[in-house]
Design a protein around this ligand. Structure first.
Ligand SMILES: Nc1ncnc2c1ncn2[C@@H]1O[C@H](COP(=O)(O)OP(=O)(O)O)[C@@H](O)[C@H]1O
Ligand SMILES: Cc1ncc(COP(=O)(O)OP(=O)(O)O)c(N)n1
Length: 567
């Protein structure tokens, strides 16, 4: 049935506003394997924090290898779907993908004339990466005209050439120049995407009609799992704009989220061609991080540790699965520290595999995450220095007193260096950084343990910071020239740090040997707890949203750069 029903309900504009969850409509074709089109759009809108809705233009029989067949319902049915949504729901943003034919473009245009959403993101889908046409050749000029109505268009390099009537750009500069000319002429912003160019860095650049540019670079992921990346980027962008983000924040969020989704796409094992991206990776990672499951289960460490063997096989962490014990970069000096290393194997492996360490090493760690990490590191070092000083105060052996006091001084010196160098260029006009919940929990645990527990327990608590940091440092590969974090990575390679770790290990080995079985058990728990704090400390920077802040729906006047958009 394609006849229109009378409107029976008030549109939701007359209902209370939907606060911070933007209502986003995707108008696109389908992909039954879920990688592109409507499926990708809905997953992306959800991932970006919106409520997704879907109007279908064409049913596409496709998979990760390409398109097999198309079924296009009558244009009246497209119009009926559009009206069914807009008669009932207020839209904060609309994203269009595959429109297919001139007739369908005209149908959407007629509907937009009525509805006029504040944000219209047009992904001018023409040809899939598989080479299959998703827009009839005779509809290209209608699509070019349609793009003039957008808030922002997100063409790939080939689509940009059609849009601007130019030859296919072969460099980023050429693409930017084509887009700048078109944007100035039409008054519509363009996101220039270099995914289809042969570049090491993939950059998304928001080009405004006044010539201003916001470039968001990311490292190129070596993968074939890029099916539907264009659909996903434009839907996430529409959602973040619909939520009230500035173009800079919206593009940074969408690019950063998509990079994570592409990185983990291959692990989904969906299809044997160009596979989809993992739209849900970020949500699952954050969900796991929010788990309130205890870090160390009661049976992880026996109440009495008579011998190192009582600590048993690796069992720390959430799952207690069989774990291969990684070779320690700084060797344990005796059986107690060897047993502790084995017990913490799952956490050590998780740090090495963590998204944070991977992104720091391959250079894809977003700048805002790196800045956050440095600021938290400085705060942590201050707390850590106090815990080390407490151990110096509680030591009676002169060598131990010297060692812990020097370690405390070393941590304070590092903190001062961070402020002078890495953090020195930061904006000092705002409030000083405050400790995150993760940093506060870790430093509070260290101080409480160093001050309030037996000394051996305190020594066990401060050891992972030395040992696991040295472990990460030893595993670092050489990085290419121009790597954004090469200077920081060099700080991990400091040989003085390995010496300090060896000394801390020697302290713990002798403390464990001299301690009672009950104190040893408490020390083992403190060691494993601190290992877990280390993992959280690394991971926390990737839990922060670029731009952060509250999710507020902004009005057009809050964002003059979008004023007059979505005509
Ligand atoms: N190999 C890759 N590595 C990192 N990011 C990528 C990669 N391929 C695509 N992207 C991201 O996906 C976005 C859209 O991809 P692109 O291939 O340019 O568009 P389309 O899918 O429309 O052809 C890019 O702008 C970029 O953010
Ligand atoms: C129904 C449908 N719409 C769009 C595409 C193309 O997706 P895109 O995100 O441009 O990326 P590729 O799949 O071409 O890499 C599609 N395949 N199907």
């Amino acid at each position: 049935m394609t006849s229109s029903c009378p409107t029976q309900f008030p549109p939701s504009s007359t209902l209370p506003a939907a606060a911070s969850v933007p209502r986003v409509l995707s108008i696109a074709g389908t992909d039954p394997t879920g990688g592109a089109g409507t499926a990708a759009d809905l997953k992306s809108i959800t991932a970006a924090g919106g409520y997704g809705m879907s109007v279908v233009t064409a049913l596409v029989a496709q998979n990760t290898h390409g398109v097999r067949d198309l079924h296009v319902p009558p244009a009246e049915f497209l119009a009926a779907q559009l009206r069914a949504v807009s008669d009932d729901v207020t839209l904060d943003a609309v994203k269009t993908g595959m429109l297919g034919t001139t007739e369908f473009i005209a149908t959407v245009v007629a509907w937009l004339d009525d509805v006029r959403p504040a944000i219209l993101v047009v992904d001018p889908v023409m040809i899939a990466t598989s080479g299959d046409r998703l827009l009839q050749p005779e509809a290209e000029q209608a699509m070019v005209a349609f793009c003039r109505r957008a808030t922002v268009v997100t063409p790939n390099i080939d689509e940009l050439a059609v849009l601007t009537g130019s030859p296919r750009a072969t460099t980023e500069d050429e693409a930017l120049e084509q887009a700048a000319r078109w944007s100035e002429e039409t008054g519509v912003a363009v996101v220039v995407k270099t995914g289809h160019l042969d570049t090491l860095t993939v950059t998304n650049t928001w080009l405004s009609p006044d010539g201003s540019r916001i470039a968001v670079p990311s490292t190129r992921v070596d993968t074939t799992s890029t099916h539907g990346t264009g659909c996903s980027l434009s839907s996430a962008l529409a959602t973040r704009l619909g939520r009230g983000d500035s173009p800079a924040d919206a593009l940074a969020w969408a690019t950063d989220w998509l990079h994570e989704s592409i990185t983990h796409g291959a692990a989904l094992r969906v299809g044997s061609g160009h596979g989809p991206v993992d739209h849900g990776h970020r949500a699952r990672r954050l969900q796991a991080a929010a788990s309130s499951a205890p870090w160390i289960m009661p049976d992880a460490v026996p109440h009495l540790l008579e011998t190192p063997a009582d600590l048993g096989a690796p069992q720390a962490g959430d799952h207690g699965r069989n774990v291969t014990v990684p070779a320690p970069a700084v060797a344990p000096p005796g059986p107690w520290t060897a047993a502790l290393w084995a017990a913490g194997a799952e956490i050590t492996a998780a740090i090495a595999d963590s998204d944070f360490v991977r992104a720091l090493v391959d250079g894809s760690l977003p700048q805002h995450a790196f800045a956050f990490y440095l600021a938290q590191d400085a705060l942590y070092l201050n707390g850590y220095a106090r815990a080390l000083a407490a151990l110096a105060a509680r030591s009676t052996d002169p060598d131990a007193q010297v060692y812990w006091s020097q370690a405390a001084t070393g941590a304070l010196t590092e903190e001062a260096e961070l402020h002078r160098g890495w953090l020195g260029s930061a904006d000092h006009t705002g409030a000083p950084p405050a400790p995150s919940p993760v940093t506060a929990a870790y430093t509070t645990f260290l101080l409480a343990t160093a001050l309030g527990e037996d000394r051996a327990v305190g020594v066990a608590a401060v050891l992972p910071c030395f040992w696991l940091y040295a472990q990460v440092g030893a595993a670092l590969p050489a990085v290419p020239a121009g790597h954004p974090y090469s200077a920081w990575l060099d700080t991990y390679r400091d040989p003085g740090f390995v010496t300090a770790t060896e000394q801390a290990l020697a302290q713990l080995e002798s403390e464990m040997a001299a301690a009672s079985p009950a104190v040893r058990a408490a020390a083992a728990r403190a060691f494993l707890t601190a290992c877990r704090h280390e993992l959280e400390f690394f991971d926390q920077a990737l839990r922060l949203e670029p731009g952060g802040g509250a999710a507020l729906l902004a009005t057009e006047t809050d964002r003059p750069e979008l004023a007059g958009s979505a005509r």
